[in-house]
Design a protein around this ligand. Structure first.
Ligand code: A3P
Length: 314
């Protein structure tokens, strides 16, 4: 969400320009004990979201910030567009409607009235969010929307978040050591990574929910895309899957970044690799993260899917 690339670029360019002008002390606000960046979220929208009515055929992509949500968004939109076989005219109608409705990039971004406007969007709506389950509207679970929970190993997530927040200019500035501490304490946008994964873990047995790992998707995109297509009920040929795989590589997406994400694209498509944490973590930080993962997530199903020993041990 949205399919309308121009709309996303306009929204992102505006956020980058205006967000940098917010004084550092006002850059974050707390809602129900969780921090959010004021450049893209506001308490009124988070409150209004509680009465948002999800549809059974909605596709919800839930991912903690920097776990590859733009990547999976691109994949799902491409799979949906390919499966639906929209004519050019139909596609134009959808993108025009999105433009008219000004639907922001993430469920929790933008103004509180957007949820009324979202009612006018045709099915299937692809909805992206960084929110934990307890901050999502209950209708998402009650109406059995299909949910894809995206996870990425905590070390690469933290490194990606650190570089991102320093470049976008709408998070309070901090050095690596301070940011490491903030992340470990959950004092970052959208709250604690550990709480986020532990909370979603309670939903993993639900038949409407599937967990996707960044690292697995990177290692074997063809298998990952087939799994996603099957879960969402998209019927696609081998060639169609392969074509989406090719359009979704880091290089292919980075090449089109200015078209799809404007200036923000330079910041977003940074490395797209697994193991970049090795360039940043000190020995004591590795030890602290290893201990925290063991304590909070090692005995969970999502924790097992993260394959911590494979991706997070030196
Ligand atoms: P890095 O900062 O480690 O490079 P999000 O979209 O949730 O903000 O996540 C951003 C991360 O996903 C960035 O990680 C970005 O490079 C990575 N990413 C974006 N597109 C990707 C792709 N096609 N393949 C792999 N990683 C991708």
């Amino acid at each position: 969400m949205p399919k309308n690339g121009k709309l996303a670029v306009e929204f992102l360019n505006k956020v980058l320009a205006e967000g940098a002008r917010i004084p550092p002390e006002d850059m974050m606000f707390s809602y129900k004990g969780v921090l959010f960046p004021a450049a893209v979220c506001n308490p009124g929208t988070l409150q209004a979201l509680e009465s948002f009515e999800a549809r059974t055929d909605d596709i919800i992509l839930a991912g903690y910030p920097k776990t590859g949500t733009n990547w999976l968004d691109h994949i799902i939109n491409n799979l949906e567009n390919t499966a639906a076989k929209y004519t050019e005219e139909e596609m134009k109608k959808i993108t025009d409607l999105e433009k008219e409705l000004e639907v922001a990039m993430r469920l929790e971004f933008g103004d509180p009235d957007k949820f009324k406007r979202m009612k006018k969007l045709p099915s299937r709506r692809i909805i992206i969010t960084h929110l934990s389950p307890h901050l999502l509207p209950t209708s998402v679970f009650k109406n059995k929307a299909k949910i894809l929970v995206l996870i990425r190993n905590p070390k690469d997530t933290l490194v990606s978040y650190f570089h991102f927040k320093n470049k976008v200019g709408f998070f309070p500035p901090s050095g690596w050591d301070d940011y490491f501490t903030s992340f470990m304490d959950g004092k970052v946008g959208w709250g604690s990574y550990f709480d986020y994964v532990a909370e979603w873990d309670k939903y993993t047995d639900d038949e409407n929910i599937i967990a996707i790992s960044y690292e697995e998707l990177k290692e074997n995109p063809n298998v990952g895309l087939k799994e996603i297509a099957q879960f969402l009920g998209f019927s696609l040929s081998e060639e169609e899957i392969q074509s989406v795989v090719e359009k979704s590589t880091f290089t292919a997406m980075k090449e089109k970044a200015s078209e799809t994400h404007g200036t923000f694209g330079d910041i977003l498509f940074r490395k797209g690799s697994v193991g970049d944490w090795k360039s940043m973590f000190s020995e004591s930080q590795n030890k602290e993260m290893d201990g925290r993962f063991e304590e909070c997530l090692s005995r969970t199903k999502l924790g097992a899917k993260i394959k911590y020993d494979v991706y997070c041990k030196a």
